[in-house]
Structure formats: C-alpha cells, structure tokens
Design a protein around this ligand. Structure first.
Ligand code: GLC
Length: 716
C-alpha cells in the first residue's frame, strides 16, 4: 500500500515537477510545457536523425538522441509498411532482425477491408514496440500512377479514396500501439527512375483531386505523427522545401500537427527548407552535408531562422511523441507473438488474393485430384517479396536470398512454400514439382497430371521501375507450354504490379496473389482448394498494353544522373481507371475487378441526392457457396480541368451465405463528387444531375441511375 502510495506520490511529484509528463494534459499543452524547458541546443537536437554507424541487431534506420533530463527518450525509427525491416547490411541478418512479413500493401488494399488494414497496422506497430522502436516509417500513400513503378507493392493502388482509406486505417493501427506512424512520400513520388531528379508537373487542382486527396483522407483517418517529404521536385521545388506542399496544404489546409521529416537524402538546404516547413533532416549522412546540424544553429544565431520557427519545429516533434503515447508508453523489448502476427499476415494475403479467371469452375480444386503438377516460381521454396527499404527478413530467415548488386538489394523469398501447402490440402494426391527451367519437362509433368498449377513471379524493388509489363525469364512461354499440355492449368501470379498475360485465353484459371508474405503459401492453398473464398478486387487497373498508358515509356531512364527532368502528369487526376474510362480504353482487367466462387445479384437501387449522395440497393448471393461481394459506387462528375471523370465514391465488402440477401446503403465521400477550385479555395459541387452506378468493377455497372445534387462547397 505504502509502495503504491509512494509510487503515486512519486508520479504526482513527477508530474508536478515535470508537468509535461502528466498524461491528463493534451499533447499540445505537454509539448509546449516541455519546449519551455529546453535549451536551444536541445531543440536543435530533435531536428536531425542519424542512420550510419548504428550496428547490431534491431538497429534503427534513424536515431534522434532524447532529452533524458526532461524524461524524453531517444526517437528510434524503423521501416516500414510491410513489417519491421532492419537495414540490410552486407553481413547476414541475425535472428533478432527477423519479423513477420505482411503481404504487399497492394494485397491488403485488394481486400478492400479497412478493418484488415487496421489489424495489419496494429500488428507491425506492436512488433515495432517489442523491437524497441517508437517511430514506424510506414503509411506509404502514393498513388500507383504508373503500373511499372518499382514501389507500387508498397502502395495501395490507383484510387484516392481506396488508398486514403486503407492507408488511414493502417496508420491508426500503428498509432494505437503507441508508435508514431509516418505518412509518406509526400508528394508525387510516383516513379523510381531517377527519383531524386524528377520534377513533377501537374495542375494543382488536379493534384488535389488525386495524389493529395489520398494523403488528405489518410491523414484525416490515420492521424499520422509524422509526414515524410519525398525525393522529387514538385513544380521545380524539392518536395522537402516546397512551401506550398508543406505549409499551405499540409499545415494550413489539413491542420497537420505532427512533424515533417525528410526522406533519407532528400534535403538540399538549411534555411529554405526550414522556412518552407521541413522540421527534421533524416539520416543526415545521406545528404551532401548535415544541413540541420551546425548550419541550422548558425542560421538561428544569425536570425535567419526565427525563434518562432525553431520552436515550431521542435514543438511538432514533441506533439507527435506525446500524441502517440510514445513518451508515456516507451517501447518495451519483448518477444514477438509470432503465431498471432503470422495469422494477421495470412489473413491479409488470403483476403487480398484476386480471382481473375475461372473457366468451367476449374477452381476450387477438389481434394480428389489424384495428380497435381506444381510448376515454377520457386514454389517448392517460398513466395516472392519486394526489395528495398521495406524488405522484411522473415521469421526463420529467407527461404532464398538472391543478391541483386545492380540494385543494391536482395530478392528474398519468404519461407512459405506453396508446394508444401498444396500437398497438405490433398494428402492422397501425387503432387509433383518441376522448377520450370526445363519447359519440356514441365509440360510433360502437366500432361501426366489432372491439373497443373504454374507459379509466375516478377520481382520489383525500390529504386527501380520495371522496363515493361511482361513477366520475365521466359515465364510466358512456360505457361503457354504447360497450358498446351493440359488445359486444366491454373496460373498463380506473385507480382508487385500488373502484368501482361499473352496466355490468358489458354489457361483455365488465374489468381493474383501479389507478394503474399510470411504465410503466403498457406493463403494461396486456402483459396485454390476453396477453404477460403476469393474476396480480393483489383486496387489498380491491369493494362492490356503500355501503349494505353499516359506515358508509354517511363521518362528519365537515359537521363544522366545529374540533370533534373520534367515529368508532366498531363492526365491530371485521371489516374488509372479514370484515364481508361475517359479514353474508352479496354484494359486487360479493370480496377475493382475480381471473381468469386459464387454469384451475386443486385437490385432495388434507390438513390438520394440534394446536399449529399446516398445509394441503397440489395445484394443477393444466388450461388451455391458463401462468398464476398464488394459493390462499388461510382459517380461521373466534372473535374477541375473540365473533363467528366468517373470516380469511386463509396464501397462495401460483405460476406453472404448462399441465398442470403442484404440491403446496403452507401454514402458518397463528397470530395469525390466535387472538383477542386483553388481560385475559390476549396471543393465545389455544381448543381445538376449526375450519373450514378453500382458496379462490380470500374467498367461493370450492375445498377444505374442519375441523381440531382445541389450546389455545395467544402473547405480545402
Ligand atoms: C528510403 C525510402 C523511405 C524509407 C527511408 C528510410 O529511401 O524512400 O521509404 O523509409 O529511405 O529507409
């Protein structure tokens, strides 16, 4: 009793003598109280992180020394959005560097289930805490403007509402584990080719209606503690010293209260960056000099950096730390809950798998199959993952780790072999594996089998974009040969982007499994054998050819490493399906597409307009199995550039049993119906009659009508 009292008194004393440690006070008040105690050097010490010479297991990607005398511990930052990614050094990672690998963010996005995104964020947030980190560099919200972008596997697709909603949920999951989350890469970091030299040009209103709207929604829903500004330039100014982005949009329009950190190596000045809104230089060793070290102090002492701005920079860091609970609940190193965390990863992989083709209901496989040929994709070893700073070293270590020196990365296979999972589903069957290196042998194996399952992979990594949309290493020929030998061929794609499928009409079934993470093999087998229903829907368009894209060639490839070059996003906010719709292009597979093992019927559409837009309709599972329906609500409305663009304005994911009918009401996010008008400083909906559709994909309306909407304005 006395001890407890002592502790209570102690904490009372503690918060009396150090009121900023009083959890009863708001984060803003606590930050102001702490700031008032700080010396100039202490304030400056919060404004840069180191990333070199951080050896040993669980080394942070960025480290900021704390202010011990004030009870504020060090800031230990780690990557990233797909799990805890320790910087890969030449030496083999230790088991302490291992973590549970989520599937690609595209897979979680393909689930269209924000609650799943939240669970995935909470899982990696907790793993960060248990590994001693209090900042997670996750929450990548860039739109997939180009389907060859090497980092699309870290992003949530081409649509601002889907991306913003899914990333926002993940950010909230991380923050609820008392870890500062980081929304990145702000903004228009939409290609990897010479990413530090891209000068992105786009009409500002169109930018608000697309990439920035994804960040805006993610920020509203996820309340990130930090925002990471990007490598590229926007309108000729580096993103990390772009006052319009960092001050006008992020602070004044969106009310962001956390701190702006740079990407690693993305800082190019001291005073211009500080005055534009950059609060913290990340990984100072990556820059040409330490801009936020001595030069920042000199700038302050000489008055070039006003006291108010220095205080604001430090205040943003402190506010985010208090708001996330990172001060009150410092990381407590503990073992990972591997089973529970792996179950989250498996669920995300399973619910993100998209069934693209299923001729003659070849899937789900029955357990009575006597002979199953499994071919290619290292399916006997594991499943593919993406390279770069988000690379997780999976629990138990990589099943396969191939160094890719040209890209300073590793191709890592997670130890979840589909072959083992498939054999486990059909213990009576004879399951034969051919690695695919010998096409004839693979075809002969397929010919002898009841069914052939061909795995095809395409590795993507940070720092590089794909040259094309094709599967590499002769996999197209392998698939064609196997399909010619056995029409009951199933293709399982493990890719980080859309791919072309010249063999599409020769095969029986196709599933897109993305990079499926630590339990990917099990998730794939669950779907193949019908132990789980395919509920994934494409978060990005699969083009039929690069010629259909706004830029058939990615710009800047042959650009010498020194010259800034322009990328003119002339498509404006017509990203992905909006572009295909506006130009009446037919993709290979459209945004929002995905088949089920059952069938759904939609009816009784009623729409309400006026000052909002609501749609009510019924969904019936009129097939023989349970299944996921993902009805999507689209509106066609005028964009800032005057074009009429189709936009996703709402959706619902629901699981229905055979014969079950559910009435669904969807309410449109109004900014998706509006256009942005910077002249009048906000969003506008003009009065008029708008086409509305309930759809099962961007190009597949199942219920259509029009609705009258009143004039409306919304704040920026
Ligand atoms: C990288 C990435 C960023 C990552 C950071 C730290 O270059 O752009 O996503 O969080 O540096 O590794």
């Amino acid at each position: 009793m006395l001890a407890a009292l002592g502790a209570a008194t102690g904490s009372a004393q503690q918060t009396h003598s150090r009121p900023w440690l009083n959890p009863e006070l708001s984060a803003a008040v606590r930050a102001a109280l702490a700031l008032a105690q700080m010396t100039t050097d202490e304030k400056l010490s919060l404004l840069r992180s180191a990333s070199a010479n951080l050896a040993g297991p669980k080394r942070p990607t960025g480290l900021v020394q704390g202010i011990e005398r004030l009870g504020i511990g060090p800031i230990r930052e780690t990557n990233a959005g797909l799990g805890i990614a320790i910087p890969l050094e030449e030496d083999a990672p230790t088991s302490e560097d291992e973590a549970v690998a989520l599937p690609a963010a595209l897979a979680t996005a393909a689930s269209w289930d924000p609650e799943l995104a939240y669970a995935a964020g909470a899982m990696i947030g907790e793993e960060a805490r248990r590994k001693g980190f209090n900042v997670l560099l996750a929450g990548a919200a860039n739109l997939a403007r180009d389907p060859r972008n090497g980092r699309n596997f870290e992003y949530s697709g081409e649509d601002p509402l889907l991306s913003g909603t899914m990333v926002g949920a993940a950010l909230r999951g991380i923050a609820d584990r008392h870890v500062v989350s980081t929304m990145k890469h702000f903004a228009l970091n939409d290609q990897e080719t010479n990413r530090t030299l891209v000068d992105a040009r786009i009409d500002r209103d169109a930018l608000r209606e697309s990439d920035l709207l994804a960040f805006e929604i993610a920020n509203e829903r996820g309340h990130p503690g930090a925002v990471m500004c990007a490598y590229n330039l926007v309108e000729g100014v580096h993103a990390c010293e772009n006052r319009w982005l960092l001050d006008r949009v992020l602070r004044r329009d969106w009310g962001f209260r956390g701190w702006v950190m740079s990407d690693w190596g993305a800082v190019h000045s001291t005073v211009p960056a500080a005055l534009a809104g950059l609060d913290q230089e990340s990984g100072v060793e990556w820059d040409s000099q330490v801009f936020y070290g001595a030069p920042l102090k000199v700038a302050f002492e000489q008055g070039a950096l006003p006291t108010g701005r220095l205080d604001a920079m430090a205040l943003h860091v402190l506010t985010a730390l208090f708001a996330a609970g990172a001060v009150d609940h410092p990381p407590q190193p503990a073992p990972l809950d591997i089973d529970a965390d792996s179950a989250v990863a498996e669920r995300a992989a399973r619910e993100g798998i998209v069934l693209l083709r299923n001729e003659g209901n070849l899937l789900p496989l029955t357990r009575s199959a006597r002979r199953i040929a499994v071919i290619g994709g290292h399916a006997d070893t594991g499943v593919m993952s993406g390279g770069g700073s988000s690379q997780v070293i999976p629990i138990g270590g990589p099943a396969l780790r191939v160094p890719i020196p040209a890209q300073a990365a590793w191709m890592v296979f997670d130890p979840s072999p589909p072959l083992r999972a498939i054999a486990g589903k059909a213990p009576e069957a004879q399951v034969e594996y051919a690695d695919g290196s010998n096409v004839t042998a693979a075809a002969e194996s397929a010919q002898r089998a009841d069914v052939a399952v061909v795995f095809a992979t395409k590795w993507e990594a940070e720092g590089h974009d794909s040259d094309d949309l094709s599967l590499p290493h002769g996999q197209d020929a392998l698939i064609s040969a196997v399909a010619a030998a056995n029409p009951r061929t199933i293709v399982v794609l493990e890719t980080g982007n859309p791919v072309l499928m010249p063999w599409r009409d020769q095969v029986g079934a196709i599933i897109e499994a993305w990079y499926p993470g630590s339990r990917g093999g099990e998730a794939i087998a669950d779907i193949l054998f019908g132990d789980a229903e395919p509920g994934g829907r494409l978060p990005m368009t699969f083009p039929a050819s690069p010629a259909q894209l706004p830029r058939p060639e990615i710009l800047g490839r042959d650009n010498p490493w020194k010259h800034v070059f322009l990328v003119d996003y002339r498509e404006g906010s017509a990203v992905g399906y909006r572009w295909f719709d506006a130009r009446k292009l037919t993709p290979l597979y459209p945004f929002g597409f995905g088949l089920s093992y059952t069938h759904f019927r939609y009816a009784d559409l009623r729409v309400e307009g006026g000052n909002g837009l609501g749609a009510t309709f019924s969904v019936t599972n009129d097939g023989g199995r349970p299944g996921f329906a993902v009805p999507q609500l689209y509106v066609r409305a005028v964009a800032a550039d005057g074009s009429m663009l189709q936009r996703l304005v709402a959706w619902r994911k629901l699981r229905l049993n055979p014969g079950e009918t559910r009435t669904v009401t969807l309410t449109a996010e109004p900014r998706l119906v509006a256009y942005f008008d910077s002249e009048r400083d906000g969003w506008r909906i003009d009065p008029g009659r708008y086409p509305v559709a309930v759809a099962t994909a961007a190009d597949s309306p199942v219920l259509q009508t029009t609705v009258w909407l009143n004039a409306r304005t919304l704040p920026p």
